[in-house]
Design a protein around this ligand. Structure first.
Ligand code: FMN
Length: 190
């Protein structure tokens, strides 16, 4: 299997824990990964601090890019990043992508992934949804993106907040095409 070049974008929707768990998991999956590049919006940093009471993203072993750094490799299709995950994805970022408004590195990188027909996964988070959100999700789906709502499942009987959040993150890892051990419905042991 070709090692993947992955962009992880974090935006200011609730659910910084999803981003934390994905970035942690990718460290364990490093034999399948060539590169992980990370970009955070300003609100992502604010929400992470508010929800997780830390700035631990600073300790992660990945290259971080400023949200307006259009010189970042993945701002161009030629750098051949094959997968982008936006986790969590705010309705603001979702709307900018749906509208083709590439005015920051996150929306530009998503635009690039879609034009190159590569894999874009949006872990969209808000509730309830208005018609604008739903139409934007439809537009991104029509353009080839995957809307993977930050909606946990409970059939594996998660016991902690992190276990609940992992039910979403493990689905994201599956969608990325990475081999990962996780709960599988119909298999005997967790
Ligand atoms: C604590 C907190 C939680 C938020 N939760 C959400 C959310 O779940 N979904 C959402 O779309 N916006 C949420 N927002 C609002 C976004 O942060 C805001 O719309 C921002 O402009 C999004 O910009 P970004 O996509 O560039 O991060 C939240 C804001 C704060 C401060």
């Amino acid at each position: 299997m070709m090692k993947k070049k992955i962009v992880v974008a974090i935006t200011g929707a609730s659910g910084s824990v999803y981003a934390k768990l994905l970035l942690d998991a990718l460290q364990n999956l490093n034999s399948q990964v060539a590169e992980v590049a990370v970009v955070m919006s300003d609100n992502a940093k604010q929400v992470w601090q508010f929800e997780l009471d830390n700035e631990d993203y600073n300790n992660l072993p990945y290259k971080f890019y400023a949200k307006n750094d259009f010189m970042a490799p993945f701002a161009s299709g030629s750098a051949k990043f094959d997968t982008m995950v936006i986790i969590p994805c705010s309705m603001g970022t979702l709307g900018r992508i749906a509208g083709g408004i590439s005015d920051d590195l996150i929306s530009r990188a998503a635009d690039v992934i879609l034009k190159e027909r590569r894999k874009l996964i949006l872990v969209a988070r808000d509730t309830p949804l208005n018609l604008i959100h739903i139409r934007n999700m439809a537009a991104i789906t029509e353009a080839g993106g995957i809307i993977c709502p930050a909606v946990p499942s409970f059939y594996n009987k998660p016991q902690t907040v992190e276990e609940v959040a992992l039910t979403v993150v493990n689905r994201v890892i599956d969608l990325m095409g990475l081999e990962n051990e996780s709960y599988r419905w119909g298999e005997k042991d967790k």
